[in-house]
Design a protein around this ligand. Structure first.
Ligand code: IPD
Ligand code: CA
Ligand code: CA
Ligand code: CA
Length: 266
């Protein structure tokens, strides 16, 4: 009988190596000169660093697992016949990166038989490496992390993100933001969904919400938050899956209150 891949130490070492390789490419390009082009809109950017980080990640994975399925932002689905899928954001926070703002990372999640089993997020500029394995907790630079203990949404420090392009009038991010701004509540906008999630996991933020994410933005961070004791759902309150567009991640204690605000019920 096949050993589950998440029990396979090689899967973990490959994930760590691939994530480090991506982060190293980001460091090499940061603040240097690199090509930048636009994708869906003039400010939806992709740089040479995104593409070369992706190449470095692919080769680290393929060295050990040439048959595995890959879903990656800049290359799409590279599918083969495998029950293991690597969900990759080679550079999360491209706009920050292009402006020399060191809030960006490489994010990689590993899914097995439809379930996230491992995730790693590496911000080389702050020397922060987040990692989680299903059932084994979450760590920052090898030390265990926990979500915050804040019970009152009114006293919470939140983070959000805004999409590059507007898809629907539902879940209008301006209306939700306005609600908090009018109350004088701190809502940050870091510009990297993967880092937003990790900062919920380690208790810096009490909650994060965003309404137009892709699988690669949140696959790793989702597991990291859950393994740090937090809760991750879509805007309706159902357990999140990386194939959902909307996401709310919290310490669990303020979750329902945040779901209510996002749905205009508070
Ligand atoms: C983006 C970032 C940003 C979020 C966007 C994402 P990218 O990813 O995570 O914080 O608001 O929705 O697309 O393009 O920098 O990899
Ligand atoms: Ca991203
Ligand atoms: Ca990206
Ligand atoms: Ca992008």
């Amino acid at each position: 009988k096949k050993i589950p891949a998440y029990l396979c130490p090689m899967l973990k070492s490959t994930l760590l190596k691939a994530t480090q390789a991506g982060g190293k490419v980001l460091q090499q390009y940061f603040n240097g000169s690199f090509q930048i082009s636009s994708k869906s809109s003039v400010n939806d950017l992709v740089t040479e660093a995104d593409k070369n980080a992706e190449t470095a990640i692919f080769s680290a994975i393929r060295e050990n697992f040439p048959q595995h399925f890959i879903l990656s932002e800049e290359s799409g689905e590279l599918s083969t016949d495998s029950n293991v899928k690597w969900i990759i954001d080679p550079l999360d926070g491209t706009v920050n990166f292009a402006h020399g703002i060191p809030i960006c990372c490489t994010s990689i999640g590993v899914e097995q038989d439809g379930e996230m089993v491992m995730g790693a997020v590496y911000n080389p500029f702050m020397n922060e490496f987040f990692f989680a394995e299903k059932g084994k907790g979450a760590t920052l630079n090898d030390k265990p992390i926990r979500i915050s203990a804040k019970e009152d949404l009114n006293k919470a420090c939140l983070v959000t993100g805004f999409p590059y392009t507007w898809e629907d009038s539902e879940n209008n991010p301006i209306t939700i933001f306005e609600h908090f701004v009018k109350k004088g509540q701190p809502v940050r906008r870091l510009g990297s969904a993967a880092i937003d999630l990790c900062w919920v996991a380690c208790g810096r933020f009490d909650g994060f919400y965003e309404h137009s994410l892709n699988a690669w933005d949140a696959a790793a961070g989702f597991l990291i938050v859950e393994e740090a004791g937090g809760k991750v759902t879509d805007f309706s309150g159902k357990r999140y899956s990386p194939y959902q567009r909307t996401l709310i991640a919290t310490n669990g204690l303020i979750h329902q209150s945040l779901v209510d605000v996002v749905n205009g019920k508070r």
